[in-house]
Design a protein around this ligand. Structure first.
Ligand code: FES
Length: 136
């Protein structure tokens, strides 16, 4: 799935059909796995895919209001940087397995933890740098 995603940008229906045939599985077998895990994209995403954890630990460690502020900050900061316009996708996802350093989000495959509004700002500053591979 990662290889197809890397080659095509996301796991599209043609990619799912290819995998099903190649692995001798049903189309729905591939699709069920693809749609379960947040690291597999079934729709096109921007150059920077920001996945914000929306599960309990991140909300608790983010102390409710702070967590909401952080989420809004992510959106506001991304919109405030014209150089990033059209190059990012923001998704709310289930636990990313980094509960001890919550609140956190993931940009492509990089984790950013113990987030504060200031740290979010610095992360967005780093996104303006020239290209990084989608896959590490
Ligand atoms: S609850 Fe956010 S990483 Fe687990």
């Amino acid at each position: 799935m990662f290889i197809v995603q890397r080659e095509r940008g996301y796991l599209d229906p043609a990619g799912v059909r290819y995998l099903a045939k190649r692995l001798r599985l049903r189309y729905t077998d591939i699709w069920e796995v693809a749609t379960f895990y947040s690291m597999i994209q079934t729709k096109p995403v921007g150059r920077y895919h920001i996945q914000i954890c929306k599960t309990l630990s991140c909300k608790i460690h983010g102390r409710g209001e702070n967590y909401r502020f952080m989420c809004v900050n992510v959106l506001a900061l991304s919109l405030a940087r014209p150089q990033l316009t059209g190059s990012f996708t923001v998704s709310m996802v289930e636990c990313l397995g980094s509960c001890g350093t919550a609140p956190m989000f993931q940009v492509n495959f990089d984790y950013h933890e113990n987030l504060t509004p200031e740290r979010v700002d610095k992360i967005f500053d780093s996104l303006t740098e020239p290209s990084r591979d989608f896959f590490c």
